[in-house]
Design a protein. Structure first.
Lengths: 308, 317
């Protein structure tokens, strides 16, 4: 398995030394330390006994099952795709703080996937796929693994698009809607996910801020391109919320409406009105935060959001 | 482009090429347990989580109780151990990605377990680093080409190599190498006298025991269904890693080429004598033989025969 391939030079020789392990980014190291003290278990740390699915109508339950199933598929991307970033950190011999922290991030995302699946199951049913599988392309992947392995794509661009954009909007929506989750089990789960994700986003911004002094015009262009692609090709295709999908894909009306119905029942999710409010605020926020680094994000056209 | 970034680009391109050989089928995405034993290991990992910073009584660790030469030896031992732990972060991550690429919508038990494992490897790495630092300073480089070469194995690339069956990879790296690593940790624990070091070793060994149980549990689930080619690949991989990696000194300093052994071997002997977290070469020799016998016996249960391997010093194993 190994020797023949090594002789044939099928594998690139590893060069790990020198292997520094001391923290060089104290803020990121602190996130790694915090993550270890804030571990939780979806099986035992959610008050499942307070879920009481029997108190909800069939329509509400179906919507919530769809919402939490789709969240599961989304979180699964962080098991299947973004761990490639850890390999990249190691290959590029990035600071140890990044490598340590990212191991926890992968574990936490796995936990979110498991928790979202459990929620759908305990609300009555987990859906293992979209009602019309062609929407899989839209809701199933953000493509991070492929670009993480691409030496032509800058790490700064991946961070800006995945962590500072895709995760930030996810959390902005969570933050602005967690109070609507009147169900105690759902509320607790959202709070726990939120607590982890806040660290993930802090990690992204801390890295970008630390790297910013060394940005070249090419790095800036890479970031602009990557964030724009994340907004247009992932968010606006309905990866997180089908209501945002510009072309609609083949999602059924029930799927598109699931977030709203679930949210109004207090079972998690958000309404189009929430998106109308939060999405422009999110874009304004990241535009403002990236501008001092020379990163200028374009205005985006969306049929329902308008020019944002 | 610097030599480092050129090497990184080559390695990334290699991963990229490997990744493109797979076609991931994500839906229908099954989450329900398929192999309860593996799901149980994932549950245990969540329940038995620990924190190197708070679960080890560092304030009770007093290096000043030891002679300067002992501390020097132990810091070297724990530095060498850190180098052997580090690859685990990338290897288990690469294996997780392989599962996602290959098994697509199934295999969630293994994926959840593997989503956890890199964080455990990182905790072990932190422990090794803290111990080396407290004993006088972590050494970031072996400074010796032979040791560097033996410990720089491309196992993360092997994990993503579609030509290597995942069962073969897990048999070689999980059932053999992880098992040896666990047995060595247990031996170090038995030899250790320092309370803090013992706690550190016990915590690491408890995680390692789960990693090994995962490998055996996974193989138990998959090997019976393998065809003759798959079974041969498992045996070949284990023999290859045993003969060319383990017996070349990947885990055991006394197996390194003679000119590459010092000062590491002397350091481990002194660390073992003083009970600071190592075993003597003689003790490790016993662990190695016992591990190979253990692996051979378990393979025999699947009617897989691990061939004898010749070694210049150890003879036929």
């Amino acid at each position: 398995m190994l020797v023949d391939k090594q002789r044939a030079e099928a594998y690139v020789p590893e060069q790990r030394y020198p292997l520094p392990l001391s923290s060089a980014m104290p803020d990121v190291w602190e996130l790694w330390q915090r993550a270890k003290t804030l571990e939780w278990d979806p099986q035992t740390d959610i008050p499942w006994e307070d879920l009481h699915p029997e108190r909800y109508s069939a329509e509400q339950l179906l919507a919530a099952q769809m919402y939490w199933s789709r969240r599961t598929w989304g979180e699964y991307g962080a098991i299947s795709e973004s761990p490639a970033l850890l390999l990249r950190f190691c290959v590029e011999r990035r600071l140890p703080d990044l490598q340590f922290f990212f191991t926890m991030r992968t574990m936490e995302e796995g936990r979110h996937a498991e928790a979202s699946w459990l929620m759908a199951e305990r609300l009555g049913r987990y859906f293992p796929q979209p009602q019309n599988p062609p929407t899989a392309g839209a809701v199933g992947t953000h493509g991070v693994r492929r670009i993480a392995f691409d030496p032509e794509t800058s790490l700064e661009g991946i961070f800006a698009s995945l962590v500072c954009a895709a995760e930030e909007i996810l959390i902005d929506v969570f933050k602005s809607t967690v109070h609507k989750a009147t169900n105690p089990a759902v509320r607790r789960l959202m709070e726990l996910i939120l607590r982890d994700e806040v660290r993930h986003i802090a990690f992204g911004w801390q890295c970008l801020d630390a790297w910013a002094p060394s940005f070249t015009p090419e790095t800036v262009r890479n970031i602009e391109k990557a964030v724009t692609a994340m907004i247009e090709n992932v968010e606006f295709r309905g990866y997180r919320n089908l209501w945002l999908a510009i072309e609609g894909g083949s999602a059924t009306p029930a799927e598109i409406d699931a977030d709203r119905i679930s949210c109004e029942a207090g079972l998690g999710g958000n309404t189009p009105e929430d998106e109308m409010r939060v999405f422009p605020e999110f874009l304004a926020k990241i535009r403002k935060r990236m501008a001092p680094r020379g990163v200028n994000l374009p205005m985006f056209q969306h049929p329902r959001l308008g020019t944002v | 482009m610097s030599e480092t970034s050129e090497h990184a680009a080559r390695l990334l391109s290699a991963y990229q090429a490997q990744e493109k050989r797979f076609v991931e089928r994500r839906f229908p995405l099954s989450f329900a347990p398929e192999v309860p034993a593996l799901r149980e290991l994932y549950s245990q990992a969540k329940g038995l989580r620990w924190n190197p910073e708070t679960d080890i009584a560092w304030d009770r660790f007093d290096p000043s109780r030891y002679a300067k030469a002992t501390c020097e030896a132990a810091r070297r031992t724990w530095s060498r151990r850190a180098w052997s732990v580090y690859p685990g972060m990338t290897e288990s991550t690469a294996l997780l990605i392989r599962f996602c690429l290959e098994s697509g919508s199934i295999g969630m038990d293994a994926k959840l377990f593997l989503s956890f494992r890199p964080s455990e490897e990182a905790k072990h790495l932190e422990v090794c680093h803290v111990l080396a630092e407290r004993l006088g300073g972590y050494e970031p480089d072996p400074g010796e080409a032979g040791l560097a070469r033996v410990s720089n194995q491309p196992f993360a690339q092997v994990a993503l190599d579609g030509d290597v069956p995942v069962e073969a990879y897990i048999a070689a790296l999980g059932a053999l190498d992880d098992q040896l690593d666990l047995n060595l940790y247990v031996s170090h624990l038995q030899q250790s006298k320092d309370e803090t070091v013992r706690t550190a070793l016990r915590l690491i060994a408890s995680d390692r025991a789960r990693h090994v149980a995962f490998a055996w549990g996974f193989l138990d689930h998959r090997v019976p269904a393998l065809d003759a080619r798959g079974r041969a690949a498992v045996v070949d991989a284990v023999r290859d890693v045993l003969a060319n990696v383990i017996l070349a000194g990947y885990r055991n300093t006394w197996l390194l080429p003679e000119k590459s052994r010092e000062p590491w071997l002397g350091a481990e002997e002194e660390t073992a004598r003083q009970g600071l977290g190592a075993s003597s070469a003689a003790q490790e020799r016993g662990v190695l033989r016992a591990t190979i016998a253990q692996v051979r016996e378990r393979f025999a249960a699947w009617k897989l025969e691990l061939p004898r391997v010749e070694h210049a010093e150890l003879g036929t194993i």
